[in-house]
Every structure is written in C-alpha cells, then in structure tokens.
Design a protein around this ligand. Structure first.
Ligand code: GDP
Length: 367
C-alpha cells in the first residue's frame, strides 16, 4: 500500500496495532518525519533489546536472492570469532558475484598482530571453507580504522552495481554500515547497533551517487555462539570488546584452566608446554590440577568461576567435553564467540569443555 512506513533503525515495516509485535510504534510517531520502531527506540535510548529471530528459512530466502542479483557481495565477519561468524555455506548462494571478505573488530586483536599475516591467514581459512574472495580486508568499524580503504576497494570492485552487505548477527555489520553512511553522507547512527545478536531485521538501502545502493541484509543468528547461553547482563564482560591482553601459561600435563565458569581446558599429555589465552580481559582464568577440576567446578561455579552467576546456574547448559590430539605447533583451540587458547608447541592431547550448544574447534593459529 502507499502508506508503508519503515523503521529508520532496522528497516522493519511499522505497524501501530500490536504492541508486542514486530515493528510496533505508537500511532503518534507516524507524524514524525523519521519513524523508529519501539524495539529500535528502546535499544537506542535504553540499550535494551527485545528478542527477535530471523528463521533459517527467511535467511535462506535472502541467500537465494543473492544468486539472482548482479551485485558485489561484501561479507563481514568478526575477526575475533572468525569461524563462528563465517557463514560457511554462503559461497554456494552468491552465484557469479564477487565477494569481498572483511574482518571487522581488528581493534580487539593485540597490537602485535601483523595485519598482512592476518589477511593471509584469512585467505587461507576462507579457502578451506570454500570461499575465494576477490579481496580480503581488515577494519574496525567502531574505531573507524581502514574504512576509507574499504570503501575504495568496494568502489573498485562494484563496477556500477549494487552492493549487498551480508554477515552473521553481531559481527558489527550495522556499525560498519553506519560508518559508511558517515563517510559518504556525514550522518550518524542511521541503523541500530546493539550488543545483542539479532537486531538488524530487514533490508536497508543506502543510495549511492550513481543510482545504485548499498543494501544491508539481515543477519542470521549464529546459534553456536556463547551469546546464546549467557545472561545478557554478563555478555558485556564475556565478549571481547577491547584490545585483548594475551595471558600465557606454562602447563604441566594434567593441569586445567577455567575461563570464568564458561569453558575449561584440560592439558592431558605432551610434556611441559606453553599456552596463550585470548579472551575478554574481564574474564578470569583459573589454573588447577586436572584431578581437582571437577570438584572445583562443582563447588565454585557461579562464584569464583563466573560468569555464569549463581542464580543462572540452574538454566546454564552443562559443559560438554571435546577432545583434540594436536600434532602441529601454533594451533588454536577456539571456543565459539568466547575466545581461544593457542598451543604454542607441537604434540598435545587436549580436552576442551564448552557449554552445550557452543562449538569448539581447532585451527591454525591466527596470531
Ligand atoms: P550486527 O548485528 O552485525 O549489525 O552488529 P552491530 O553493529 O550491532 O555490533 C555488534 C557489537 O559489536 C556492538 O556491541 C558493537 O559496538 C560491536 N562492534 C562493532 N564493530 C566493532 C569494532 O570494529 N570493534 C569493536 N571492538 N566492537 C565492534
């Protein structure tokens, strides 16, 4: 109909009938020039989110749509949660369209990391996952690092076509697009950003000079992430947000590390070795003997080993064990959305525990 109004935050179609429903805004808000749905309003002013979920079916529709357009695809991943945010199946849907891969949140990695090395690592990992990007870049949408270069690269590859920005929720896609808008038009905060997964709902178009557009697609919720098992109050502490300070440990066989109460790392065998932990600086790491580890968790989860909080323990998923026999040096054991532990020397048997539903994997060291 002619009266369709979209939320300037998330792009959802505004409705004024159902307060609990998606896209609700009070009728009076329709008189304003720029309408914001209640959800985005709350998010912006109170930093509060309402749960939403884009179903896998809806996301598939969007993906299928990508194969049918003639466009440049810009795929944004969270460099701190590369594998978790990669959307491994995407390349099957993009058809012949070129893909630019952007690792966002580069400000969180230790400054000692060499960008070129990291970009090579991303290329290698992307290839392993079936994607051959036309170009690979790093940026920090939040700090505004490398945004100009990224725009130049986009401009170089788009050849007068539309640009679709895709990515999992929480990779910083909205922040990235807001940066682009700022860069292109000087406006701020057109799209909602938030800390919680699943907040960009509908497509948003940012017009470009030549009549084409940059199109923000909704993110799919990455179900394997820590963000889905943790209390929203604690998410701020758990998700790395600032430059990570690596913590190194010399471990003997049969020693264990707890990352808060969220993950556990048992070093089973391989002689004395060094390990480096990359997590949010606000998470405490506790070392114990393997033989005491079960007991420690039983007694101190929710207190010494926190988050989770005590009151959340009942609903917190049990820790599930994943075993790895790591032959090479410089391999990472990754806890999806939480961080990783680098095994600095070759030959280690590891048992890694994460809450049920959170994936754990081994990869070539990112750093
Ligand atoms: P979206 O769901 O992909 O649209 O993600 P958002 O743009 O809402 O960002 C998710 C979270 O990541 C927010 O807390 C942002 O502040 C944060 N974030 C986004 N970009 C960056 C970045 O470059 N560096 C850091 N440190 N945080 C970022």
């Amino acid at each position: 109909s002619e009266n369709v109004v979209s939320c300037i935050g998330c792009g959802v179609i505004i409705q004024t009938e159902n307060k609990e429903g998606l896209g609700y805004a009070p009728p009076s808000s329709l008189e304003k020039e720029q309408v914001v749905c209640q959800r985005c309003f709350r998010l912006k002013h109170y930093n509060e989110v309402q749960d939403v979920a884009l179903t896998d079916d809806d996301f598939l529709k969007i993906l299928n749509g990508l194969g049918e357009v003639d466009a440049l695809i810009v795929k944004v991943v969270d460099i701190v949660d590369f594998n978790g945010s990669f959307l491994a199946g995407l390349h099957r849907f993009v058809g012949k369209n070129p893909v630019i891969l952007i690792g966002n949140k580069s400000d969180i990695l230790p400054k000692s990391v060499k960008p070129n090395k990291l970009i090579n690592w991303m290329k290698y990992e992307a290839k392993q996952l079936g994607l051959k990007p036309a170009e690979v870049l790093l940026c920090s949408a939040e700090k505004g690092h490398h945004i100009k270069e990224t725009l130049d690269v986009i401009e170089k590859h788009r050849r007068g076509k539309d640009v679709y920005i895709v990515g999992c929720t929480n990779v910083g896609k909205s922040t990235f697009i807001n940066r682009i808008i700022k860069e292109v038009t000087g406006e701020e905060d057109i799209i909602t950003t938030s800390q919680f997964p699943g907040t960009t709902l509908d497509m948003i178009e940012i017009p470009l000079d030549d009549g084409q557009a940059i199109i923000d697609t909704p993110g799919i919720i990455n179900r394997d992430q820590m963000a889905h098992v943790i209390n929203k109050k604690d998410l701020k502490r758990v998700m790395p947000r600032k430059e990570m300070k690596p913590k190194s440990f010399q471990l003997n066989e049969e020693q264990s590390l707890f990352v808060g109460g969220l993950a556990r790392f048992d070093y089973m065998s391989g002689g004395k070795k060094s390990f480096t932990c990359y997590f949010s600086n606000e998470l405490e790491i506790h070392r114990t003997k393997l033989e005491n580890a079960d007991n420690l968790y039983e007694k101190h989860a929710g207190e010494l080993l926190t988050p989770p909080r005590r009151e959340d323990l009942e609903s917190f998923p049990e820790l599930v064990k994943h075993e790895f026999s790591v032959k090479d040096e410089k391999m990472d054991i990754v806890f999806s959305g939480l961080g990783w532990i680098t095994i600095n020397e070759p030959g280690a048997k590891i048992a890694a525990y994460a809450p049920k539903g959170v994936s754990v994997l081994v990869r070539k060291s990112l750093i």
